[in-house]
Ligand binder design. Structure first.
Ligand SMILES: Nc1ncnc2c1ncn2[C@@H]1O[C@H](COP(=O)(O)OP(=O)(O)OP(=O)(O)O)[C@@H](O)[C@H]1O
Length: 356
């Protein structure tokens, strides 16, 4: 099922600012989309509006081109897993998953045999065969999440909505469930929208990441797009580490304030004025001292840390009140020669400039 969200606005009665200040988003049928953003940015409100648990002040939600804005939850055919809608404690796994089908009106309710067959198929799909008779208290956190997903899938929804589905679980289980959910999605092809404030979860799991800030979409794009080509300083900061350098652009070159040597290895820049240069630690190269340094920024190594396959350096640059973070591959053997106090020359291989 395709979802179109058109100019959705919502202000809560006691809220000071708009929870959603005009949001447009199209989710293609079968797409897996992550809504990512800091706490309070409006992600859950949008998910609840898609589900029909909340109504907007303005704007429309369309399912497959049909206006669903006025439809109540039960007529939207959405399956959802919200943290506050926990499993029923007094029901077994089997009963929990069957619940959505059993409460259907007589005319549309499948037979008992059909419900049983469907529930057992789903438990196989979520890899919980053999646990049908257990109660939620007798399951691990990850198993409970999978029961909740099976329960959401049981009604054969057109859309699956997940609010921080793995939020309360430890890192290891989250990682396993993430891989499992991606696999499940690829097999079932449900249009899925999930909310997370975990960047890694969004980047690893989703086809498309929608970054929220203060009730607005900052950027929507593939994980590679939002990570490698952030549209705004906010997206740069929110998705991973970034260095910010105060620079001036003149004569087609980038100059760090107070430095006589241009930066950026001769890359032509056509604007002029004062900017902040944004560069990820792994996009800052270290010039080989045996070659002419070219346009590079001299600095002194303040710390070297190896973390598995990467090596992180903190570099002190004259005139900057913070250290510059650089990341190189541990496969680059040069790092073994770098010690605290070593002189190095930084070259931003890839960067963005935002006006100050
Ligand atoms: N029922 C409500 N009544 C009043 N204000 C609300 C209500 N629900 C949400 N808000 C406010 O709307 C804004 C957006 O909240 P929302 O829950 O959508 O954010 P979120 O991005 O999902 O955050 P989190 O990651 O913390 O869940 C916040 O300022 C929040 O305080």
């Amino acid at each position: 099922m395709r979802i179109d969200i058109e100019n959705i606005r919502k202000t809560f009665r006691h809220g000071t600012a708009a929870a959603l200040a005009g949001v447009d988003l199209a989710v293609a049928s079968g797409e897996l989309v992550a809504l990512l953003g800091p706490s309070g940015s409006g992600k859950t409100t949008l998910l609840r509006i898609i589900a029909g648990l909340e109504f907007p002040d303005g704007g429309r939600v369309l399912f497959d081109g049909e206006d669903a804005s006025a439809l109540p939850v039960r007529d939207r055919h959405v399956g959802f897993v919200f943290q506050q809608y926990a499993l029923f404690r007094h029901m077994t796994v089997l009963e929990n998953v069957a619940f959505g089908l059993r409460v259907r009106p007589r005319g549309t309710r499948p037979s008992d045999g059909e419900i049983d067959r469907r529930v057992r198929d789903l438990l196989t799909l979520v890899q919980l065969e053999g646990l049908e008779g257990r109660y939620p208290a007798q399951l691990s956190g990850g198993q409970r999440q999978r029961v909740a997903l099976a329960r959401a899938l049981a009604i054969e929804p057109g859309v699956l909505l997940l609010d921080e589905p793995f939020g309360a679980l430890d890192a290891r289980v989250r990682k396993d469930l993430r891989r499992w959910l991606r696999d499940l999605h690829d097999r079932t092809g449900h249009t899925t929208v999930f909310v997370t404030h975990d960047q890694e979860e969004a980047l690893e799991l989703a086809d498309r990441v929608v970054v929220f800030s203060q009730g607005r979409i900052e950027q929507a794009g593939s994980p590679v797009e939002v990570y490698d080509r952030p549209a705004t300083p906010f997206v740069y900061d929110f998705l991973g580490s970034v260095n910010r350098l105060p620079v001036e652009v003149r004569d087609g070159h980038v100059w760090l304030e107070g430095h006589a040597q241009p930066l950026a290895n001769g890359q032509a820049v056509d604007s002029t004025g004062l900017f902040t240069l944004y560069a990820r630690p792994h996009d800052l190269g270290i010039a080989d001292q045996t070659l002419p340094a070219g346009d590079a920024l001299p600095g002194i190594v303040a710390a070297v840390r190896q973390a598995g396959a990467v090596v992180r350096l903190d570099v002190r640059v004259a005139g900057l009140d913070h250290l510059v973070e650089v990341e190189v591959s541990a496969g680059d053997e040069r790092w073994r020669a770098w010690k605290t106090g070593s002189p190095v020359a930084l070259v931003p291989a890839r960067f963005d400039l935002f006006p100050r």
